[in-house]
Design a protein around this ligand. Sequence first.
Ligand SMILES: COc1cc(-c2ccc3ncc(-c4cccc([C@@H](O)NCCN(C)C)c4)n3n2)ccc1O
Length: 284
Amino acid sequence: MDAIAFKREPLEESYEIGDDIGSGHFAVVRRALHKKSGEAFAAKFIRKRRGGGRKGAKAEDIQREVSILRLLDHENVIRLYDVYETGIEVILILELVTGGELFDYISEKDHLGEEEASAFIAQILRGVKHLHDHNIAHLDLKPENIMLRNRSTQSIKLIDFGLAQRIQGKEDIRALMGTAEFVAPEVVSYETLSLATDMWSVGVITYILLSGASPFLGDNQQETYHNITAINFQFDEEYFSNTSELAKDFIEKLFVKMPKKRATVDDCLNHPWIRPKEPLELIK
Ligand SMILES: COc1cc(-c2ccc3ncc(-c4cccc([C@@H](O)NCCN(C)C)c4)n3n2)ccc1O
């Protein structure tokens, strides 16, 4: 597939670059004001790997992230508007979200009520369905990569597609990647990754939203990985005494070791814990 050409004109001609608002792998995120429209954006500056060095992102990884973001257009997925390039970095001009990370929102509240958790997970599932319908796996789903559009509405945006991959079914994608407590057994065992790999992470996020606790987190990475491959989790009474059986059933259908037997994003959107309750259902 041909490489995508990025704009080489000086970014500063069109945007006024502001303060740093965040950082990621080989990247810094800054506020950017479009001079003509006065609209605010997020500019993700990705440092390019140069020569034989190990610092910076490989050209093919940047190309992959851009080509994936360019495919996507959904209210729960961060939007890409433009791409610039200099000798040392590539700059993604992205939709700005101002509500902060879902991670911080949960931390402030310790955990969420079931209705609020179900509403957040439904939005995350709608965003993930958009990716999966395009055969794209995010592969780094975690609360830090789920941003609130703004503090007043609890609408979410999936961000950080730096590890995302096209899952075409032909090539065999394996990699030890992502953040330990959120990765699926096939990641730990360096086996084939798929769209189902994201669904495991949705289960971990759901468990955390409902309890404030992380289901597989151990005292160290090795213990965490063991807990994941052994599916070693429980619904501690300390955290789940008021949680419905329906919510636990939703999570259990995602903590399934065999990716092909794990609930898909459509299974989850149709699960009674998520699907809007039909009026008739409410009187049954
Ligand atoms: C598309 O890929 C990315 C988008 C963004 C992104 C897009 C829009 C946007 N509006 C506000 C922010 C923002 C604000 C505060 C912190 C962060 C970020 O540092 N935290 C999430 C990053 N992740 C690597 C933990 C991001 N962002 N971040 C960040 C990292 C990405 O890899």
